[in-house]
Design a protein around this ligand. Structure first.
Ligand code: ADP
Ligand code: MG
Length: 713
């Protein structure tokens, strides 16, 4: 590349004229646009906008209607509007909050107040009586007259300028990219779209008679909705132009996931069909019988393992539904057949607990359970790695440390991943590579307590089979949940005292809004000190992320044996901890947690036969959303219902925990809102894979971006 080429990005005209017009916008960098220098380019890249196509797929969050002037007499409180009028008077109002008040009128007895709390002296002098202003802002109720607070305003001079010809889009953005920059860039992108259209990735027949079957037409409409467009339909993304794009996005996901799945089918997996001896021995030693739901999912898993195709199964079951024993029996089936098993948990604490549970069940049967985490160092680690490589270690429990390159298995037959939602799709794919060789991969069982609504499961896990444990083991009593304001902390502490007096055990969970581990640990330490002081007769234990593992294990062990009455903890206890005698849980700052997390935490109690309680301590005043969340928590223990609501309140990415990993993000489609599009999208994906293979790559490039994940077969 020559120096001049590096400085001057390829010009749009050159490409449009130079031949390969069809794919131009897909490849054309935004760096060629006016107003895009290195800084802006970098900010755009932060939002994954690199090409003109990416830009065109960056959709407005909402719209403003500046297409018509609203008479002041016709304004509606709460709506945003464009108005025009003459300044009648302006004054600075002294008082509790000093403000500049400008009276604007557009007719006899029709007035409105523009109010500014932040203003300069020159601004105060600027609003002279008689000047004409055009303003845009939200209409608020005021004293005696409607108001606009800090509206946008512009002086109208001699010739009357027309209102805008289309709705004004407001784009999601990042620091340093103003709306005017977005609009300017979009103008240029739309102009180029007019010259060289994006390639159509959907065969006509998949679109049926839908309006906006033309992609460019839909894009222009969404970025520049004409006067009279239905604002509500657009804002709620129910407009046919949005649906056209949502549909294409869902098709792209289905195509990607199906390709992944086809690729998986091409490789083989070890046939794990042992004689059932170990499984029978475990069943005989358990103090309970499996529930019908557990038996059913175990049957599904067992059949998969006996096939020469790799199992890819998601085992879904609410907290406390008994997934661990199912995993143990699946592991034994692999061990019976002479293969190794790896069980991966998302946190050390959880891996510790799995190690303990499995060792308790399996060591009496003569199976040693090994444990590997990032903490294991030096000789201990080297010995363990040797044992894994030689095949002497057969069942290994650990964290993601299990899947570092240095860990080599002699013959890994089954990988079990607990609490999948903490891991991204990336990790899931990576684990498969831990098989003995390229043509033979281990079976995979993925367990999650996050109840995934069906619409989401179909969208995101099209590459997985689904097994659901839909009933809890018998003998559980429902948990009573109440919300208590922080001001009544004393009463709460008194309840803890009474519960401990009655021989019950209690969790006290400290949470903070900042996901700073250090601060959480500090808060937990302070609470533990305070509680120990106020409850002299109660033995208090403390666990958090910074307590040494050996100490943590001994504290957890003591709590499990009933030697501690109260366990103060951070959200490290969110998953997996199992103490049936614990029947009271207090969650501090409950208003700051999402439904899924609250439900997971609450699942630590209600595991025995006594009635359990969960107290959600909150700080008033509650936001609307927090109030709704706490209300939902009080009204139901149904994890499925809570997950559906969580999805509605937060959006799909967060529910699945993909926001952090960025593995799967939908731009337009919403699996819940657009449920009716999911099945047609699956049919379209099948059609494209069967009859239009050329469309696969452009579709995946356009919508999924992450070719590493979906692109290879
Ligand atoms: P999760 O699905 O949340 O991982 P666990 O596997 O930890 O749930 O099981 C929760 C508790 O229920 C454990 O104490 C477990 O031993 C117990 N359990 C599992 N299956 C049954 C059953 N069929 N009957 C009675 N108790 C069971
Ligand atoms: Mg579990």
């Amino acid at each position: 590349m020559t120096a001049s080429e590096t400085k001057e990005p390829v010009s749009a005209d050159a490409i449009a004229a130079g031949g390969d017009a069809d794919s131009a916008l897909e490849r054309l960098s935004v760096e060629g646009l006016k107003r895009v220098g290195p800084k802006v380019a970098e900010r755009l890249a932060r939002l994954n906008v690199r090409t003109i196509q990416d830009l065109l797929l960056h959709f407005p969050l909402r719209y403003q209607d500046r297409t018509r002037l609203v008479p002041i007499g016709a304004l509606v409180v709460g709506a945003e509007a464009l108005i025009e009028g003459e300044v009648v008077e302006s004054t600075v109002v002294e008082g509790r909050r000093r403000s500049l008040k400008v009276w604007l009128s557009d007719g006899p007895a029709q007035g409105l107040v523009l109010r500014f709390f932040h203003f300069s002296a020159s601004q105060a002098g600027f609003f002279r009586p008689g000047i004409r202003l055009r303003c845009y802002g939200e209409v608020r109720p005021g004293q005696g007259a409607l108001e606009m607070i800090h509206p946008e305003y512009r002086v109208q001079t001699g010739d009357v300028s027309q209102p805008d010809a289309c709705l004004t889009p407001v784009y999601p953005t990042t620091e340093g990219l103003s709306q005017s920059v977005w609009r300017a860039l979009m103008d240029q992108a739309l102009e180029q779209l007019g010259r060289s259209p994006l390639s159509d990735c959907l065969p006509r027949e998949t679109l049926g008679g839908a309006s906006f079957s033309d992609l460019a037409e839909a894009l222009v409409y969404l970025h520049r909705p004409p006067v009279g467009a239905d604002l509500d339909e657009l804002q709620e993304r129910r407009h046919p132009a949005f649906l056209r794009l949502a549909f294409e996005e869902l098709v792209a996901h289905q195509v990607g996931l199906r390709r992944m799945r086809l690729a998986q089918r091409k490789v083989s997996a070890p046939i794990l069909d042992g004689d059932g001896g170990l499984r029978q021995a475990l069943r005989r030693s358990l103090p309970f019988a499996l529930t019908p739901a557990q038996e059913r999912v175990l049957g599904e898993i067992s059949a998969d393992l006996a096939e020469a195709r790799p199992m890819q199964r998601l085992l879904q079951g609410d907290v406390g539904s008994g997934k661990t024993v199912v995993a143990a029996l699946a592991a034994l089936q692999a061990l019976e057949a002479g293969w190794q098993v790896a069980l991966m948990a998302p946190t050390e604490l959880l891996s510790e607990q799995h190690h303990r549970t499995l060792a308790g069940w399996l060591e009496p049967l003569g199976i040693q359970v090994r444990w590997l985490t990032g903490r294991h160092k030096g000789q201990e680690r080297a010995d363990l790695l040797d044992a894994i490589a030689s095949g002497e270690a057969r069942l290994i429990v650990g964290t993601h440390a299990l899947f570092q390159d240095s860990v080599r298995f002699a013959g890994l037959g089954l990988v079990i991943i607990d609490e999948q939602h903490r891991f991204g799709v990336h990790q899931r794919m990576k684990l498969r590579e831990k098989g003995a060789d390229a043509d033979c991969v281990p079976h995979q069982l993925i367990m999650t307590a996050t109840p995934i609504p069906r619409s989401l499961a179909m969208t995101f896990y099209a590459d997985l089979d689904l097994s659901v444990i839909d009933t809890l083991p018998p003998g559980r009593t429902p948990i009573t949940t109440v919300a208590v304001p922080e001001g009544r902390r004393d009463e709460v502490i008194e309840r803890v005292r009474r519960a401990c007096e009655q021989g019950r055990q209690v969790y006290w969970v400290c949470t903070l809004i900042e996901e700073s581990e250090a601060l959480q640990c500090q808060a937990a330490e302070e609470s533990a000190c305070q509680l120990a002081e106020l409850l002299p007769d109660v033995r208090v234990g403390l666990v958090h992320g910074r307590v040494k593992p050996s100490e943590r294990e001994s504290v957890m062990g003591a709590f499990a044996r009933g030697e501690l009455g109260l366990l103060v903890a951070t959200t490290v206890i969110e998953v997996g901890v199992d103490v049936p005698n614990a029947s009271l849980m207090i969650i501090e700052n409950a208003e700051r947690l999402g439904l899924a997390q609250l439900h997971q935490l609450r699942g630590r109690v209600g595991r025995g036969s006594v009635e359990s309680h969960c107290l959600l301590l909150y700080r008033a005043p509650l936001s609307e959303v927090a109030r709704e969340r706490l209300g939902l928590m009080r009204s139901t223990c149904d994890g499925f219902l809570l997950a559906e609501r969580d999805l509605q309140m937060r959006g799909a990415g967060e529910v699945l925990g993909t926001r952090q990993t960025g593995a799967i993000q939908l731009r337009v489609a919403d699996p819940l809102r657009d449920q009716h599009l999911v099945a047609p999208a699956q049919r379209a994906a099948d059609l494209i894979l069967a009859r239009y293979p050329d469309l696969v790559s452009p579709l995946i490039d356009r919508w999924l971006g992450d070719r590493e994940l979906y692109g290879q077969v």
